[in-house]
Design a protein around this ligand. Structure first.
Ligand code: ZN
Length: 610
């Protein structure tokens, strides 16, 4: 028991310090001293896939084995000897990526905060928008939205901007920067100018400026690309599209790719930002947005497992009891079936992470509450991470689900206990029937219509009862003396709730706030201290993206590990805000997948140009 508490505290504190700070901008630090202190010891296990061997010749070797569902890496080719040959190679590699992704339908999430200037805190969100869809990368870039009752992204954004610009989205707003130019990325359409060599994380890159040739039409990529120097894949794109047609407008974007499978770097993060708050600035558009892409390995709709994949492990069903179930046992079995159906279906829709390391942390906290409250349930409680950003929790049967965005923004372990205790209370009080989902026909719907077909909202009376029971359980738990932090988090959220309607709209569970006021566990707010942004050691809530690291290929999640950076002003706190991405790039098989937002971990081992 004590041991468990220690483990979770250590884990959370480590990532708390990591998450409390973010890079101020997306430029790598040029101070060599800063680079030196920035390499944290990576202790994550290496990915399970076989890594390509890296012989002295730097040629691209095929991996020894290929996991099912994984594309074969490109064939080895002779190393280029001139910059022209390098350009030819990355143009070819970009085409290879387009081709490989043709069969994929990843999830694309964009969360956007419109900004206003606060004299003390700097630009702060004044309202927000949330989009979630599945991309079809087969012919062009097409998307299907999960959130159906919302107008399209275009309509939404046009609303705010049309007086200033007619915003042009070609082809699909924030999904643009998946590729530099899907169809025409070549020498006929672009000039490429070599700038220098530069490290992004562990990966040495060649940096090129890319400009569209005259007369090649509107909306061509204009900016900079980073190309890794072993296989010559593009790993980062930074810039915009040009020229812009009259009265139209293209966003600036910073797009990062990760080497999650041998031979390919897949698009994973896109940061976008517009706005100028300097005195006399004319451009009144101000927003920042994070787009995340994941679920590359999800099966395409309607695409079943091949028959050859069916393995018969056992000739006898050893899972069921030897006798018929009693009525109560049958009822429990039925609920278990409903729970398993939902968990399996949400995972297949790209919304739930497979069981993993983050669940161990969540489970430890749940156990701490259970043991100290003498809770003994007939079936064990499980936890899973919802992969999306909006702050929400729900439970189905005995499975507690917490969103990635919520885990990201919680400041400490006691706040995590606060979040989990509410759902545990629903389970203890027997609120989670949900047995309609034991009928398998109810799982037959398209991934995009998940939110129309599944829902786990409780009636207000059950919400009140769960809050009451949860506070009771917390007071008996190891977190009893630390609930100020949880209350402070809720107060900070309450202060921002009116501006963060998109982040606070739950899609499967109950809303944490209603009409701009936090309702969940609100009793904890009364005894908590007041939020004081100028108190630098008071961390009420964290920015998005600082805690949970999501593998875009297989949807696994783990906690971010990175070095602390000191908060030096109230503007560094950025509670519930989006920030630029700065993942630590690394080659697959070398070390661990990259950390998004890992401040200052990207070394600036810049070398002079040849
Ligand atoms: Zn609830």
């Amino acid at each position: 028991m004590r041991n468990k508490t220690w483990i979770v505290t250590a884990g959370l504190l480590l990532s708390l310090s990591a998450a409390a700070q973010q890079p101020a901008d997306s430029q790598p630090p040029s101070d060599p001293a800063a680079a030196q202190t920035s390499a944290p010891a990576q202790q994550q296990p290496a990915p399970a896939q076989a890594a390509p061997s890296q012989p002295a010749s730097n040629s691209i070797a095929a991996p020894a084995s290929k996991a099912p569902g994984m594309p074969a890496p490109p064939k080895a080719e002779a190393q280029p000897t001139t910059m022209d040959q390098v350009v030819d190679r990355f143009v070819l590699r970009e085409r290879g990526l387009v081709k490989m992704l043709e069969t994929r339908t990843p999830v694309l999430e964009t969360y956007l905060q419109n900004l206003t200037l606060d004299p003390a805190l700097g630009p702060v969100p004044k309202d927000d928008r949330y989009f979630l869809g599945r991309m079809d990368l087969s012919e062009s870039i097409d998307r299907k939205d999960y959130i159906k009752d919302d107008a399209s992204m275009e309509k939404h954004l046009m609303g705010g901007f049309q007086k200033l610009f007619k915003v042009q989205y070609q082809p699909l707003g924030f999904s643009w920067m998946i590729f530099a130019d899907r169809n025409d990325f070549d020498r006929n359409h672009y000039d490429f100018r070599y700038i220098r060599r530069e490290f992004l994380g562990d990966v040495r890159c060649l940096v090129f400026d890319v400009t569209p040739k005259k007369g090649t039409g509107n909306g061509r990529f204009l900016g900079r690309i980073w190309v890794e120097d072993q296989d010559f894949n593009i790993v980062r794109l930074n810039g915009t599209y040009a020229p812009r047609p009259r009265n139209s407008f293209f966003f600036h974007m910073d797009s990062w790719r990760l080497n999650l499978i041998p031979g390919y770097w897949v698009p994973a993060f896109i940061y976008s930002e517009e706005g100028d708050f300097s005195a006399g600035a004319k451009n009144k558009i101000a927003f920042k947005a994070q787009s995340r892409i994941w679920g590359y390995d999800l099966r395409k709709e309607g695409q079943g497992d091949e028959l050859t994949n069916i393995k018969v492990d056992s000739v006898q069903d050893d899972s069921a009891a030897a006798q018929d179930a009693s009525p109560l046992a049958a009822q429990r079995e039925w609920q278990q079936q409903a729970e398993d159906n939902v968990v399996e279906r949400l995972t297949r829709a790209g919304l739930l992470a497979p069981e993993g390391d983050v669940d161990k942390i969540l489970m430890t906290v749940v156990n701490n509450i259970e043991v100290t409250n003498n809770i003994d349930l007939p079936r064990p409680v499980r936890t899973r991470v919802l992969l999306t950003s909006p702050l929400e929790t729900f439970s189905v049967g005995n499975t507690i689900v917490v969103s990635r965005g919520l885990v990201d923004t919680l400041p400490d372990e006691a706040s995590l206990a606060m979040v989990l205790s509410h759902e545990l209370a629903h389970i203890v009080l027997g609120h989670n029937l949900g047995s309609q989902y034991a009928f398998n026909d109810r799982m037959l719907f398209s991934d995009e219509s998940t939110y129309q077909n599944l829902g786990f909202k409780h009636i207000p009376e059950e919400e009140t009862a769960a809050d009451k029971k949860a506070v009771e359980m917390l007071k008996n738990s190891p977190y009893a003396q630390k609930l100020d932090g949880a209350g402070l988090f809720l107060k900070a959220l309450n202060g921002r709730a009116a501006a963060l309607g998109g982040l606070l709209t739950a899609h499967l569970g109950n809303d944490i706030a209603e009409a701009g006021t936090v309702t969940r566990m609100s009793a904890l707010m009364t005894s908590a201290p007041n939020v004081d942004w100028n108190k630098l050691d008071q961390i009420a809530a964290l920015p998005l993206g600082g805690r949970v690291k999501l593998n875009a290929w297989d949807d696994k999640v783990e906690l971010v590990k990175s070095q602390p950076v000191a908060i030096t002003s109230a503007r560094d706190k950025m509670p519930f805000e989006v920030t630029p991405f700065f993942p630590r790039l690394t080659r697959t098989g070398n070390t661990a997948p990259a950390d998004p937002n890992a401040a200052a971990t990207s070394a600036a081992n810049t070398k002079p140009a040849n």
